[in-house]
Design a protein around this ligand. Structure first.
Ligand code: 5GP
Length: 117
C-alpha cells in the first residue's frame, strides 16, 4: 500500500486537530467537511493512509469495499437516500484533489448538475 504523507487527515485520525466525526470503526473514519459544498458534506477516509485512488493495489480491495459500504450507511443515517446524494473522489491535483489522503466526499441535501463542473 502506498502511504499518504502526513496530511491534515492523519492529524484528524490522531485527534490532533478537531473534526465533527459522524462515523468510525477500526478501518474507516468519517467527518464533516470544514468547507461544505452542500447542506450535508461528509468526508469518508481510510485510517490507513493511501494518497489517492490511483495508488490502490489489489490488496486494498477489501478496504475500498469497506469505504463504499460506510458511505452508503452514513448517507442512509444522514437521511440522504430519498433525495439522492453524490459520492466524489477527486484523484490528483488536476481533478481538484487538495488533501493527499484518499477520501470520498458524500454530498447531499440539494440538487446536483450533470456533468459536474
Ligand atoms: P479534495 O479537494 O482533496 O477532494 O477534498 C479535500 C476536502 O477536505 C475539501 O473539501 C476541504 O474543505 C476539506 N478539508 C480540508 N482541511 C480540512 C480540515 O482541517 N477539516 C475538515 N473537516 N475538512 C477539511
Amino acid at each position: 500500500m502506498t502511504e499518504g504523507s502526513d496530511t491534515i487527515f492523519s492529524k484528524i485520525i490522531r485527534r490532533e486537530i478537531p473534526a465533527q466525526i459522524v462515523f468510525e470503526n477500526d478501518k474507516v473514519l468519517a467527518f464533516r467537511d470544514i468547507s461544505p459544498q452542500a447542506p450535508t458534506h461528509i468526508l469518508v477516509i481510510p485510517k490507513q493512509a493511501l494518497k489517492d485512488l490511483a495508488s490502490a493495489q489489489p490488496q486494498d480491495a477489501a478496504l475500498l469495499g469497506e469505504l463504499l459500504l460506510a458511505v452508503a450507511a452514513i448517507a442512509r443515517k444522514e437521511g440522504l437516500e430519498a433525495g439522492g446524494y453524490r459520492v466524489v473522489i477527486n484523484n490528483g491535483a488536476g481533478a481538484g484533489q487538495t488533501v493527499f489522503h484518499l477520501h470520498m466526499h458524500i454530498l447531499g441535501g440539494r440538487k446536483f448538475a450533470w456533468p459536474p463542473g
